[in-house]
Design a protein around this ligand. Structure first.
Ligand SMILES: Cc1cc2nc3c(=O)[nH]c(=O)nc-3n(C[C@H](O)[C@H](O)[C@H](O)COP(=O)(O)OP(=O)(O)OC[C@H]3O[C@@H](n4cnc5c(N)ncnc54)[C@H](O)[C@@H]3O)c2cc1C
Length: 716
């Protein structure tokens, strides 16, 4: 805790202790109030304004410090100021006091709570962001919940101060009015418990639940509205129809078939989608060939005087296709048919929440289904840069058709796809210029990560153009030219072919979702809730079409939730778990990450400690001449709990798996340190970084005493 917080906490403790030590509580009882009523009344007559200030201040201090006595003070408000003025004064004083208590809790404890219970508090805050005012209003209306606890608990969430204030003021009005009214007839009150009769309490509970009930009703009406133009069939051909046989669609249908549902998978192009045909598989196959070439170039590092290669780019690209062919059976029609999935090769169009139309060679067919999962994927984004269409841009969709190596390749984009292909083509012999409008490539990673990759790119001959924004493509004397803006000046870059790799957009058009009014997110993906449900609760979406991640493994992960919720959601729904999402960029050095990195920790104000282990120290990395890179771990301050890991180096994508497991199952660095790792492997780096953390947290004082103990044992 910071000194200012400690000081503030001490002030609160002192004031609270003084209240009890000096027994101020005795003044806040019903008997005292009745006894002193006449004196207070005469003071009110002689000092009509001052009494409002004094009373208001006392009220604010009592509620602000969460001291007992607010009920008596409210009664007193009614007794002193009467119904209307009592209500006004108490309403403001109680809300200001509550807000001060809320702010104090936020100032003192929110960071600690956020740090200790980060994943749980994240879920609570997501709920608060969406429906916080409803929750608060309900809690305020039902006087069963102690107000001081609500103030303190809400302070730990992300609810806005303004929202807290006005919802509290309105929410507390009804309860306040009851006590103020009772206060106006103070003489008749025998005990505090008598003020709220069970009947009155019940009506408050009802009133408190009203906003929630109203919200439920509104959402039911909205639901009815969504479905109102469609007639639900009395029976269905399918339990589930899945649109798209990429990673998301394949896993969805696999799960549905495994639990014996009748599932039809519709694919308009190639089984396996992007990952198999134009994404992960071809890119990794190309990376492998390119890496082989780079190792030949480095032959001296391995003790080999000279090694030469002779290769044809077309053969490399044919190898890429043969790799796809070898993997194809995993995603094939035959395999999935055998698993029990009906496959239709056609374009699907959703024509109602329960009907999907397919155009096959046999004509148009309409299939009826209880639920639909959309897994229609994404495609490369083509920016509206003037002249781009005249230079035949390559994308990750069509680059695999190349059989002639581009002499001068221009790559637009410094994200994962742009980087992987930049390096591969440079290693294959293209003169690659990579354009990035930001100051560094791989902007989501920590700066030293980008630095390491950029250094390698430069060593390998990539012409990196940072802070360059593509403005226009022109053809001058038959030569293709990019005009880019760099620090206010226009620069010209000549090239033979351009690869556009500046992001991917979800496929959200042309198959019925516009006509159906399926909602889109601000990122123009299909909007889904925590259960992968669209605004039609029987239509789900997963994978690139839904986002927010664009990876094969996240598509597959979401697919499980989409399938299970679509088939069994009426009984039990599961929220997609995004707590631990890993990914890797397969450049050389490889970059892998799970959880937050340092720049995210800073942006999100998450306290952290960082330990790094350099792979230049690792025996296996040295033996392999791959002694570069690092393992960087962020932990909770003073704890071994892992908040995030970045690995840069050989096989980073494989090495990170141990940390993914650790984070998912709450295993700290001590557990990794206590695990045997095979010598000599790259994986030992994980243990060594845990060792760095351990040394940093070694109990210095105990070790000093241990040293003395050993001295004594030696007879020193
Ligand atoms: C070059 C590149 C490299 C990549 N490398 C990696 C990597 O290393 N690791 C990783 O995790 N991810 C990687 N990705 C991302 C990964 O490929 C995607 O995240 C993944 O394929 C998404 O799967 P999906 O099922 O959502 O969509 P897709 O695989 O795109 O599948 C969607 C399918 O839906 C079909 N479809 C669309 N509309 C209709 C319709 N109306 N009717 C019938 N069918 C329809 C499409 O034809 C397509 O086959 C890479 C992507 C690219 C482009």
């Amino acid at each position: 805790m910071k000194p200012t917080k400690i000081l503030f906490f001490l002030v609160i403790v002192i004031l609270t202790s003084a209240f009890f030590i000096f027994d101020f509580h005795q003044y806040l009882t019903l008997d005292t109030l009745k006894l002193k009523q006449a004196d207070i009344e005469s003071y009110r007559i002689s000092h009509p304004y001052l009494i409002v200030v004094i009373y208001g201040l006392i009220y604010v201090v009592v509620t602000g410090l969460s001291l007992p006595g607010a009920t008596i003070l409210t009664l007193a408000g009614g007794a002193i100021f009467g119904g209307i003025w009592g209500l006004v004064i108490v309403s403001f004083a109680s809300t200001i006091g509550a807000t001060l208590a809320f702010l104090a809790a936020r100032f003192l404890f929110r960071d600690v709570v956020k740090q200790r219970f980060s994943s749980r508090i994240k879920v609570i805050n997501e709920g608060i962001d969406k429906e916080g005012s409803f929750y608060l209003f309900t809690l305020r209306l039902v006087p069963l919940f102690p107000f001081f606890m609500i103030n303190l608990a809400m302070g730990l969430t992300t609810i806005k101060v303004r929202t807290f204030y006005w919802v509290s003021q309105i929410g507390m009005l009804a309860g306040t009015a009851v006590y103020i009214n009772a206060g106006t007839q103070l003489a008749k009150i025998e005990s505090l418990s008598g003020i709220l009769s069970p009947k009155l309490l019940a009506s408050f509970v009802l009133l408190g639940c009203f906003p929630m009930i109203a919200k439920k009703i509104v959402s039911l009406i909205q639901l009815k509205k969504v479905y109102k133009n469609y007639k639900r069939p009395s029976s269905f051909d399918n339990n589930l129809i899945v649109i798209g046989a990429g990673s998301g669609g394949l896993v969805t249908s696999y799960i549905a078939a495994a639990v014996k549902a009748k599932v039809t998978l519709i694919e308009k192009h190639k089984m396996g989608g992007d990952c198999l045909n134009t994404g992960c598989v071809p890119s990794k196959a190309l990376i492998r060939s390119a890496k082989y070439l780079s190792q030949i170039k480095r032959s001296k590092e391995f003790g080999i005087k000279q090694a030469t290669v002779d290769f044809d780019f077309a053969d490399v690209m044919e190898r890429v296709q043969s790799v796809i062919k070898t993997i194809e059976p995993h995603d094939s029609i035959e395999r999935y048919t055998e698993l029990g999935v009906d496959i239709i090769q056609a374009e699907a169009k959703i024509i109602s929440p329960w009907e999907v139309e397919v155009k096959t060679t046999e004509g148009i067919k309409v299939l009826k289904t209880r639920s639909i999962v959309i897994a229609a994927g994404a495609r490369p984004f083509i920016p509206p840069i003037p002249g781009l269409d005249k230079v035949d841009p390559l994308t990750s969709d069509n680059i695999w058709n190349l059989r002639q190596l581009p002499k001068r390749l221009l790559v637009l984009g410094g994200g994962p796809i742009g980087c992987e292909l930049t390096q591969s083509f440079a290693r294959l012999g293209s003169q690659v210029t990579q354009i990035e409008m930001l100051p560094r490539i791989m902007i989501r990673e920590d700066p030293e990560v980008s630095e390491m990759v950029m250094n390698r790119f430069k060593q390998e001959g990539v012409d990196l153009r940072l802070e360059h924004t593509a403005k226009e493509f022109v053809i001058e004397d038959g030569e293709k030219i990019l005009i880019a803006e760099h620090k206010g000046k226009l620069v010209k870059i000549a090239f033979d072919q351009v690869l556009v790799a500046i992001g991917r957009v979800a496929n959200v058009k042309g198959y019925g979702i516009e006509e159906m009014g399926i909602s889109l997110s601000p990122r123009k993906t299909i909007a889904t809730n925590a259960f992968q449900e669209t605004n039609y609760p029987n239509i789900y979406a997963c994978g690139d079409v839904a986002g927010p991640y664009q990876f094969t493994h996240t598509a597959a992960h979401q697919a499980w939730y989409a399938a299970v919720n679509a088939l069994f959601g009426q009984f039990k729904k599961f929220r997609t778990d995004y707590s631990v999402i890993p990914w890797s960029t397969f450049t050389d050095p490889e970059v892998a990450r799970v959880g937050i990195n340092e720049q995210e920790a800073k942006e999100q104000n998450i306290p952290y400690e960082v330990v790094t282990y350099g792979l230049d120290d690792l025996d296996r990395a040295i033996a392999d001449s791959e002694n570069h890179g690092f393992v960087k771990v962020l932990t909770q301050p003073g704890k071994d709990k892992v908040l995030g890991v970045t690995i840069v180096g050989e096989h980073a994508g494989d090495l990170i798996a141990e940390f993914v497991l650790a984070m998912k199952h709450g295993l700290g660095l001590n557990k990794i340190l206590g695990t045997i790792h095979i010598y000599p492997t790259m994986a030992e780096a994980n243990k060594y970084v845990a060792g760095v953390w351990k040394r940093k947290h070694a109990p210095a004082r105990i070790l000093k005493w241990l040293g003395k103990f050993h001295d004594y044992r030696r007879g020193d």
